[in-house]
Design a protein around this ligand. Structure first.
Ligand code: FES
Ligand code: FE2
Length: 405
């Protein structure tokens, strides 16, 4: 089913390549500049988007084995993700039931037990409180009801999704709208975790706009990626999640092949975004010893302390286990991508942020060739207009799948 969907998209893109056309949205959309700079709106986005929706908290490759864990702050909420002995990934509020210390510092590791750094209360991989220091002196305590608070979590398509508020009633699979089944063909769950780095950026929507935008590629990135990249984009959407790809001359050589002979790389090309904060892009990398990999960069955006800031974590996954020479080439590619995002995308974004904060520009524009940005801002508006659980569930009740023709 999902392979058929990939094939359908590839043949559609091939037809555009042959005809020299690209699908366009109906019209130009104006987005109020205030949407990027208004602190009240920013607080509403945190509450009604980031605190209610499943967020990508880790790549499965970061916690491959039982007892591997990842500690991360999601929209201000300290979260602990652990793979249990049964192979299942579970998530907890990483806040001690004693006096609220963060139990596990941010980062990765492998552990059977988690001991709070403040007074050494200890939890197991199931989040149960299994140790209380000087328990007799502390006094009577119902240990069973003082474990780490569980958070909704699910592992799909090689990504770990966590809802950072246990009171949210959103269904993770309804939210994904079938996107995970298509995304699964990237094989992220079978990758090796090979690196991670962070970069500071502007308002999360200024940053996210860039990941949906091919229009800027040969312009802003002329000195790094060069001017050869297509600036034309074709958008496919599953609910708020979008894949961006381009007409591509290289597809013409597969034209006569039957569907099952098309290489998977041709079917999964492009940038895959997961609303509201993740983008996945692949890059071929070769080592000096002749080894080669597809390197995936999973960019995960986190809103910052105020409306004008965000942090993006770049997680790198390799489709093969790297040799030392390949790892060196991967690290060179990581430095290159950090430079591109920091010095080109986010340097521009931070400047946009300050320019829009002047209040002197009423709107920004998304053209007919920028349907992805149009859809993204439409979904932000829809979520802000759905303040309760019932209206939120209603947005995902019927999976909304939309392929550009
Ligand atoms: S706050 Fe964790 S043991 Fe006291
Ligand atoms: Fe860019």
């Amino acid at each position: 089913m999902s392979h058929d969907a990939l094939m359908h998209m590839a043949r559609r893109t091939l037809a555009h390549t042959r005809a020299g056309t690209v699908p366009l949205a109906d019209g130009i959309v104006k987005v109020p500049a205030a949407n990027y700079v208004d602190p009240a709106r920013y607080q509403a986005e945190l509450a009604l988007i980031f605190r209610r929706l499943p967020l990508v908290a880790a790549a499965s490759a970061e916690l491959h084995r039982p007892r591997d864990y990842r500690s991360i702050e999601l929209a201000g909420v300290p979260v602990l993700v652990v793979r249990g002995d049964d192979g299942e990934v579970r998530a907890y509020l990483n806040v001690c039931s004693h006096r609220g210390a963060v139990v596990v510092p941010e980062g990765h590791g492998s552990a059977r037990r988690f001991t709070c750094p403040y007074h050494a209360w200890t939890y197991d991989a199931a989040g149960c409180l299994v140790g209380v220091l000087d328990r007799e002196e502390f006094g009577p305590l119902d240990v069973a009801s003082h474990g780490l608070r569980a958070l909704p979590a699910a592992e799909r398509a090689g990504l770990v999704f966590v809802v950072p508020d246990p009171r949210s009633t959103i269904d993770i699979d309804a939210f994904l709208s079938g996107y995970d089944q298509v995304l699964d063909h990237l094989g992220l769950g079978r990758c090796w975790f090979v690196g991670q780095q962070a970069v500071a950026g502007p308002n999360w929507k200024v940053a996210y706009d860039g990941y949906l935008d091919f229009y800027h590629l040969p312009v802003l990135h002329k000195d790094t990626f060069g001017t050869e990249l297509s600036n034309q984009a074709i958008y496919d959407a599953w609910g708020p999640h979008q894949r961006v790809s381009s007409p591509d001359e290289r597809l013409l050589r597969f034209d006569a092949l039957p569907d099952h002979d098309w290489p998977l790389a041709a079917l999964t090309a492009g940038v895959w975004t997961v609303f509201p904060q993740t983008s996945i892009a692949g890059f071929p990398v070769k080592g000096s010893d002749g080894s080669a990999t597809s390197l995936y960069m999973v960019s995960t955006l986190f809103p910052g302390a105020d409306v004008a800031s965000s942090t993006t974590q770049q997680t790198f996954l390799s489709t093969v286990e790297p040799t030392p020479a390949l790892q060196a080439a991967i690290e060179a590619q990581m430095r290159f991508l950090l430079g591109v995002v920091r010095d080109e995308d986010y340097a521009t974004g931070l400047r946009i942020q300050r320019a829009l904060a002047t209040g002197l520009r009423r709107n920004v524009l998304f053209g007919r060739n920028e349907a992805g940005g149009q859809r993204f801002h439409g979904w932000v508006d829809r979520l802000l207009a759905a303040p309760d659980g019932a209206s939120l569930a209603g947005l995902f009740a019927v999976p909304e799948v939309a392929h550009q023709p």
